[in-house]
Design a protein around this ligand. Sequence first.
Ligand SMILES: Nc1ncnc2c1ncn2[C@@H]1O[C@H](COP(=O)(O)OP(=O)(O)OP(=O)(O)O)[C@@H](O)[C@H]1O
Ligand SMILES: [Mg+2]
Length: 322
Amino acid sequence: MIELAEVEKSFGGQVVVHPLSLTIREGEFLTLLGPSGCGKTTILRMIAGFEQPTSGKIMLDGKDLTHLPPNRRDLNLVFQHYALFPHMTVEDNIAFGLKMKKFPLKEQRQRVEEAVAMTQLTPLVKRYPHQLSGGQQQRVAIARAIANKPKVLLLDEPLGALDLQLRKNLQSELKQLQRSLGITFVYVTHDQEEAMMLSDRIVIMNNGQVEQIGTPREIYATPSTLFSATFVGENNIFSSEGRLFAVRPEKLRASRQVDDSKRSGEIMDVLYLGSIHKLIVQLDNEPMTVSIVFDLTDDRPWSIGDKVGVDWNAEDEVNIGP
Ligand SMILES: Nc1ncnc2c1ncn2[C@@H]1O[C@H](COP(=O)(O)OP(=O)(O)OP(=O)(O)O)[C@@H](O)[C@H]1O
Ligand SMILES: [Mg+2]
């Protein structure tokens, strides 16, 4: 559906996106995930046409888009800071793009109505942006984009400005919307939990480079680099005989048999996190702590200062480098 072939971007001689090749499938929810400054927005802006790649090609449905202006691409971009027109009502904001494209009035009305219903804005259509909450304004921005019925929707941290509860609500709304519309979503976030929850596939970026591409399950279970292993979910990194591997906290076991265990240490903290317990263990002979998570059916009373053996099964070691 969308194909990036060796797409690269430099600003003033400095590479901010290293050559990137990626195929985005039709109807897929694909997320670009990475820390601030890693190049996510730049990639989205190149797909949208607001930025030209320094080299490489971008194709949509087999057509080369690389040199087409944004308005000739069949896709829509929703920004982090929703730019609504303050002097227009909700429905006029949503209809704006359709008016510009000179759609017949009847079709404009019908599309606005559909978009408004899907984003649950029907009671608010006569209001102005300043009469709406942040989440409602963001829904208007999304409604405006889907009213255009683009093949692809590009979303740049669309929930970034919202508080946690609202974010959670809109996350599930967005996912449902994407499923029911069947539109391809390319979504940008630096929130790993959001990426895990929404995506069919995640592209993990770091410093302008792809670290890993995979389903949320693949990324969690078999991270392929140190960065992936530690950026998504908590992880414990061990090195042994020149090899680096990761073991998730829930795959570690704490035991009283200190001498028979792979590692040993001292408990620095015991955390009760609702359904799970967590031990923070300072390892002996190594300047690192590990965290061990177990569920509440395991009620051995651990205390700070206890000596503890740390163990795991060899098959739960995930290699992440030489
Ligand atoms: N027009 C520009 N001129 C020069 N440098 C730029 C320009 N736009 C972006 N950059 C640089 O490119 C790098 C990537 O920026 P980008 O906005 O893509 O990051 P991001 O991953 O979206 O970060 P954030 O999560 O903070 O939004 C940054 O180092 C940024 O300073
Ligand atoms: Mg950005």
